[in-house]
Write a protein that binds this ligand. Structure first.
Ligand code: ADP
Ligand code: MG
Ligand code: MG
Length: 252
């Protein structure tokens, strides 16, 4: 589904990704771990097509299509979702209104009919139920006055409505207490399917107790330096990233 080869990317003239190679098949959950400043968020931003991220070498194909040639909106329409894509508070803009606009923009780009407000409300009700989210969230402005946990839950809800093929979750666990963490993980797990893949960026092994990944990768200095199964996360927790530098086999 997603094939990243020898990706090099630069932010503000600084090389951040330095030959990153990664393949993700449909239905797989890949966890990306690694030290601060390694380039994890940069990877997500490059995949989503965020402004200011310049790809200097390498390729990314998504369902056989050159992802890097697509505009950010086209990537979203193709099914790429980056949680934190909408991190900002948008005072006065109703959450439901915002989400419907985002969904209809995607549908339009795919040549699908847009949903009217009744159809959209029906969809939203279904998703709220599956995600076990209170509908109170809908009536508030986008992220305005949301707690950390509410923001994350809202992102998972956005993901449930937009039904991406590839969901990139960047530090979904940061700032969450254990109950909020479990709820977010439950939401992600409810969305796992053979057609949907996840890239889960996390600092801590703890999240992976709840979202059990098929693969764990260590991203350090702009490259994947080690890959393994979920036991790799436990080794990292026990030994730290320095252990990878000393004992890991460079991958890719
Ligand atoms: P991680 O998510 O692994 O902690 P990031 O991808 O956020 O790492 O950052 C990697 C490096 O790129 C850091 O040195 C960071 O300062 C730099 N960087 C990332 N985004 C920007 C930006 N928008 N402007 C300037 N520097 C950036
Ligand atoms: Mg960081
Ligand atoms: Mg980051």
């Amino acid at each position: 589904m997603l094939k990243i080869e020898n990706l090099h990317a630069r932010v503000e003239g600084k090389d951040i990704l330095k030959g990153l190679t990664l393949a993700v098949n449909a239905g797989e959950v890949h966890a990306i771990m690694g030290p601060n400043g390694a380039g994890k968020s940069t990877l997500g931003n490059v995949l989503a097509g965020r402004e200011g991220y310049e790809v200097t070498a390498g390729s990314v194909t998504f369902d056989g299509v050159d992802l890097l040639a697509l505009e950010p909106e086209e990537r979203a329409a193709a099914g790429v979702f980056l949680a934190f894509q909408y991190p900002v508070e948008i005072p006065g803009v109703n959450n439901t209104y915002f989400l419907r606009a985002a969904l209809n923009a995607q549908r339009k780009a795919r040549g699908e009919p847009e949903l009217d407000s009744m159809q959209f409300l029906k969809l939203v009700r279904e998703k709220l139920k599956v995600m076990r989210i209170s509908d109170e969230l809908l009536h508030r402005a986008v992220n305005e006055g949301f707690s950390g946990g509410e923001k994350k839950r809202n992102e998972i809800f956005q993901m449930a409505v937009l039904e991406p093929k590839l969901a990139i979750l960047d530090e979904t666990d940061s700032g969450l207490d254990i109950d909020a963490l479990k709820q977010v993980a439950e939401g992600v797990n409810a969305l796992r399917s053979p057609e949907r893949s996840f890239l889960v960026v996390t600092h801590y092994q703890r999240l992976l107790d709840y979202i059990v990944p098929d693969f764990v990768h260590v991203l350090a200095d702009g490259r994947i330096v080690e890959s393994g199964d979920k036991s790799l996360a436990l080794k990292l927790e026990a030994h730290g990233y320095a252990w990878v530098a000393e004992h890991g086999e460079p991958a890719g």
